[in-house]
Design a protein around this ligand. Structure first.
Ligand code: HEC
Ligand code: HEC
Length: 369
């Protein structure tokens, strides 16, 4: 959990004390959550910045490729760096990185109107609005630094937004993130964004989980946009526009890649926090609705076969009421809603029809395609 903070502190120290070009940051691997990262911790001693919000721990099962660790720069002596000085330095450096690598698409003014923008299928983000899609924070809230860093490192697969991992040092990525935050006054004016709790590990997905997820997918009406087969062609999908009035498509899950990442934790995060600025809602609360929330199944009968509506009815019948659920002890209640979310994740991933999920798909009596 302290890994990202450590990396950030290292990069801050780097900005202050190392020569700009020579800096590269020792990056612990994402996979070895339990492994000692003493080297990084040691280098990260004084923290000139307020602690960076932490990225939720990622599932240990799926390590990402990381650049080879390189020696970290000397830590900054305590008391020398003020937060403002750090930000100024980061922003100065970030500005250079930005003009060189980002402005062609996102525009020198951060308005998303760079010279390349009009040739792109997906509009580059307009940073002046302060609206970000991929966050660990609530819908409509600003992203944390860790969210922005994750996006810049990984890019947005399936869109023109490249991955900068390995192309920019961590210090450059940290700096450019500080810089893009200056395009919107919100970052200075609004309270510091808080990450919602995210699970630390991924449960095992089995066929019943996928099946439960399918029920949730139907009940929560994900299919109205994403389509029952996940191709993004649900009945409501033709009319979707984003906050700027641009036409958007509900994501096609069968493509096998997602903009904010394909690991189970990425999908969990995306539909838990929603995709701000787009019609994709947040399901933070809808998940915790009990059987009394689903009394009228007539709307489903129009789109699903009697056998499916019957299966849905049985699924709903074994849910607790919303009140009973809310009255449960907190750990139990949280476990219940985490189970629902993971089931949805399992189902959404199963729609890619690839890898391990394909077999569950074939065993699913309801999928018709
Ligand atoms: C080739 C064009 C291109 C370049 C170069 C580019 N981007 Fe992007 N970027 C995009 C597009 C397109 C999107 C929107 C993707 C979407 O909405 O699905 C985007 C989205 C983003 C987002 C939005 C994340 C969110 O949660 O909404 C961030 C942050 C970002 N880019 C940062 C950068 C930074 C920093 C650089 C330079 C290091 C950069 N981009 C370079 C095209 C580009
Ligand atoms: C009102 C229409 C609508 C509904 C209902 C809806 N979505 Fe979405 N969803 C979208 C749109 C539009 C996008 C693409 C956002 C963008 O442009 O990046 C999206 C994106 C996503 C993504 C992100 C894929 C990526 O690229 O990272 C996931 C995951 C997702 N939806 C899951 C769900 C789940 C699960 C449900 C039901 C619980 C659901 N959606 C319900 C419209 C919808």
């Amino acid at each position: 959990m302290t890994r990202d903070r450590a990396a950030l502190s290292v990069s801050v120290a780097a900005l202050l004390w190392a020569s700009a070009a020579a800096v590269a940051i020792a990056q612990p691997r994402a996979g070895d959550a339990g492994a000692p990262d003493a080297g990084v911790e040691a280098a990260a001693s004084p923290e000139p910045e307020p602690p960076a919000p932490e990225e939720p721990s990622q599932p240990a099962a799926e390590p990402e490729p990381e650049p080879a660790p390189e020696p970290a720069p000397e830590p900054a002596p305590a008391g020398h760096a003020t937060s403002a000085a750090v930000s100024a330095l980061a922003q100065e450096r970030g500005g250079r990185v930005y003009r060189r690598f980002c402005a062609s698409c996102h525009g020198r003014l951060g308005d998303g109107l760079g010279p390349a923008a009009r040739f792109l299928r997906v509009a580059p983000r307009d940073f002046t609005k302060g609206v970000y899609k991929w966050r660990t924070t609530e819908t409509g809230a600003l992203p944390t630094d860790a969210d922005l860093i994750r996006t810049v490192r990984r890019g947005a697969p399936g869109t023109p937004m490249p991955s900068w991992e390995g192309r920019l040092s961590m210090a450059d990525i940290y700096s450019v993130v500080q810089y893009i935050k200056t395009f919107s006054p919100d970052f200075a004016e609004l309270p510091r964004p808080v990450a919602l709790p995210m699970p630390a590990s991924v449960p095992r997905f089995d066929a019943p989980t996928v099946q439960r997820g399918r029920m949730m997918y139907v009940l929560l009406r994900c299919w109205t946009c994403h389509g029952m087969d996940g191709r993004g062609n649900g009945p409501a999908s033709a009319t979707l526009v984003d906050d700027d009035g641009n036409r958007v498509v509900a994501y096609d899950f069968t493509q096998g890649q997602m903009r904010s990442g394909t690991r189970p934790i990425d999908v969990y995060r995306t539909f838990t926090t929603g995709v701000s600025g787009t019609p994709m809602p947040s399901y933070v609360e809808a998940i915790d609705v009990g059987r009394d929330g689903y009394t009228d199944l007539r709307a489903y009968a129009a789109s699903f076969s009697p056998a499916e509506v019957e299966a849905l009815r049985r699924f709903i019948a074994q849910m607790p009421t919303t009140e009973a659920l809310a009255a449960r002890p907190e750990p139990e209640r949280l476990a219940w809603s985490a189970d629902r979310r993971w089931a949805l994740v399992a189902y959404v991933l199963s729609l890619s029809g690839r890898g391990a999920f394909a077999e569950y798909l074939l065993g699913d009596p309801y999928v018709t395609r």
